[in-house]
Design a protein around this ligand. Structure first.
Ligand SMILES: Nc1ncnc2c1ncn2[C@@H]1O[C@H](COP(=O)(O)OP(=O)(O)OP(=O)(O)O)[C@@H](O)[C@H]1O
Length: 635
């Protein structure tokens, strides 16, 4: 038989009598442990939950009576915390229905629009107080039903509660007045007294609630009243910028490089994106402060902006985003995606504004955050078009923008690695070639895309052969004159996979150049791996063998040193000198030395030292020897 709804209904009516229905029992202590250990990051949230209930209660009363008082007052003495609000209040029936039923909330009743007014929604907030409180006592008078009797609810951490109605004088005695509203008393749990310290509560209330629209006071300290600087009128743009910066200093603890106002009513967001004054790693994201209708939701939001915008920290107030149940993070939904796009678009728009009206500010910004903008430009054609001309690059002509470089040269070349750039920069600069160091993150990819926005500029990747082509060939007679030393050099360096050529180039101070393109390096790495691999691997690696591209040592005929080396008759000494030139060229190119290179450089160095420090003459030797023996005898 299938368990279709019809069949289930038949079984239910056939098998009478129906089994008795039971109600779930809730172990309050277990639930509180769950909240405190798994939902909330810290007990501090109890202040936010109390604030939030007070704010929601005032909001609810305002919808009935727009002129009602809007006060929320905290007092704390280290043992008892008391919060009084002038909100909607509760009747006895509502106390049973709303306070004593976990998961029930009055804020889900009504139309969606009405619900949006409230901060709470889950019906668990008051429970958070048990994380620090032994008992929760709520004394309330309803504003909706003014003739309803005041009521007192006392709940204990063991899950029991009592309800009783109060006379007006009981109410006055408990709360100091008889007006509608609610007072919540918390009695500290043992070990949690520090959370009930007046200064601590004021600090927490200020952190969570400074932007709330109502009058919040803790002890003597007024928490609200100072509207957010972005929501205030200022005497002029400079005063506005100063106020925004001061807020950043107070809230985030840094003086921003710039402040980008975020006023996006279409997505329900208002606030500021502060540009960080120093470089940060693109991986280091988040730390945005998000307020929900004034209440601080989190100061660690990380998915609020697109990844590329890692150079800003935002503070914003929204009524559009949804909190998770812990109310410490944002719910990842379509609205958040829309807000993220809108915030990204705003930051991009700000960059565009700067490029037109404040190039100095843009340059200052780029000098710190070019990495973020480069990342952005790669993913966003509009930003590429807008920012590429402004971005600084390391080039053979110094630090320049691509536009500046393209103005001086017909072709812009780039290397894919920093190493390659180091190898060729001196020689390329001397040859008048324009080369960009594309070895830094994003740079090569960006330079390669330059023709998209500057079609008249030729862009080419540079490799070793492109540089050698720009080195002047040497007169055959001159080359012949250096024949012996070239032969020695080839014999010495051939086993290292390095060819030797003679060219003439500037600067003359550069005696030798080690050129080694990527293919040569990859092949060498493969050959080394093959040599040290077991049979199977060496077979596989051997099968990958390329046509052995080799590195090249280019000796500079224009260098007086090379000519002197060429004039050495002693072939052994000439060999050492060539090896030393090879080692120097490797170091100049900042190549890591392989063991064979190291051995060669050591040999060359030691050999040259030997040669430079001649052994003492035989006569002296004999004279010295007895003396040394004498010394030893003396000892
Ligand atoms: N100060 C108050 N004044 C009036 N009603 C209150 C007050 N505090 C709580 N309530 C009532 O108790 C209900 C439950 O409160 P609780 O804080 O547990 O959850 P919530 O605020 O509805 O939702 P959330 O869990 O999202 O905070 C509320 O929906 C509200 O009706």
């Amino acid at each position: 038989m299938s368990y279709s709804p019809d069949n289930i209904a038949r079984i239910m009516t056939q098998n009478t009598p129906a089994p008795p229905a039971h109600t779930f029992q809730v172990d309050l202590r277990g639930l509180v442990d769950l909240l405190s250990q798994h939902l909330y990051a810290s007990p501090r949230v109890f202040v936010r939950e109390l604030l939030q209930n007070g704010v929601d209660a005032v909001t609810a009363r305002r919808s009935l009576d727009p002129g009602c008082p809007d006060s929320i007052r905290f007092t704390a003495d280290g043992a008892v915390l008391r919060v009084t609000d002038t909100g909607i209040g509760l009747t006895e029936d509502e106390v049973h229905r709303l306070l004593a039923t976990i998961g029930r909330s009055s804020k889900r009743d009504g139309l969606d629009e009405a619900r949006k007014e409230f901060l709470g929604q889950f019906g668990i907030g008051l429970l958070a107080c048990f994380v620090v409180a032994e008992t929760i006592r709520v004394v309330s008078r309803s504003a909706r039903t003014p003739d309803a009797t005041p009521v007192e609810w006392i709940a204990r951490g063991d899950g029991s509660y009592t309800v009783r109605t109060l006379s007006d004088s009981d109410l006055a005695e408990a709360t100091g007045g008889t007006e509608p509203g609610t007072t919540v008393f918390l009695e500290a749990r043992r070990g949690c007294e520090h959370w009930f310290d007046g200064a601590t509560v004021a600090e927490l209330a200020a952190d969570f609630g400074s932007l709330l629209p109502y009058d919040v006071v803790v002890g003597e300290r007024r928490i609200t009243g100072e509207p957010a600087p972005w929501a205030t009128a200022h005497p002029g743009p400079a005063a506005r910028q100063a106020a925004l910066s001061a807020y950043c200093q107070d809230t985030f603890g840094f003086a921003p490089l710039d402040s980008i106002e975020l006023d996006l009513p279409l997505v329900g967001v208002r606030g500021v994106a502060y540009v960080l004054p120093g470089q940060v790693s693109p991986a280091q994201r988040g730390g945005h402060r998000v307020h929900l209708k004034g209440m601080l939701l989190t100061d660690r939001a990380d998915a609020l902006l697109p990844d590329w915008a890692f150079f800003v920290r935002c503070v914003l107030d929204t009524d559009a985003l949804r909190p998770t149940a812990s109310r410490e993070a944002l719910y990842e939904d379509e609205t958040l995606a829309v807000v993220r796009d809108a915030l990204g678009a705003r930051v991009r728009e700000w960059l565009a504004e700067l490029s037109v009206s404040a190039p100095d500010r843009l340059r200052r910004f780029l000098s710190v955050h070019h990495l973020g903008v480069k990342a952005l430009a790669l993913h966003d054609d509009e930003v590429l078009r807008l920012m590429l001309p402004w971005l600084p690059f390391e080039t053979t002509d110094g630090e320049l923008t691509l536009d500046e470089l393209a103005r001086r040269h017909d072709t812009v070349r780039y290397t894919r690695t920093v190493d390659e750039f180091r190898q060729v920069s001196a020689i390329a600069a001397a040859q008048g070639l324009a080369v960009v160091n594309g070895g830094y993150t994003y740079d090569a990819d960006l330079v390669a895309r330059l023709p998209e926005i500057r079609p008249q500029v030729a862009v080419a990747e540079l490799d070793a052969s492109a540089v050698t082509a720009h080195l002047d060939p040497v007169d055959p007679l001159d080359e012949l004159a250096l024949g012996p030393v070239l032969a020695t050099a080839r014999a010495r360096l051939d086993p290292l996979g390095c060819d030797v050529v003679l060219r003439s180039f500037h600067p003359a101070s550069l005696a030798a150049l080690h050129l080694d393109d990527r293919a040569a390096r990859a092949e060498r790495a493969r050959a080394e791996a093959e040599a040290s691999a077991d049979d199977l691997w060496s077979g596989i690696l051997g099968a990958l063998k390329e046509s052995t591209p080799r590195s090249r040592l280019v000796l500079n005929h224009a260098s007086p040193l090379v000519r002197r080396v060429g004039a050495i008759d002693d072939q052994e000494l000439a060999g050492l000198a060539v090896e030393a030139l090879y080692g120097q060229a490797l170091l100049q190119a900042r190549r890591p030395l392989r063991p064979v290179d190291q051995a060669l450089v050591n040999r060359a160095f030691a050999g040259l030292l030997e040669w430079a420090t001649p052994t003492p003459q035989a006569g002296l030797d004999q004279q010295d020897e007895p003396d040394r023996h004498d010394d030893e005898d003396d000892r």
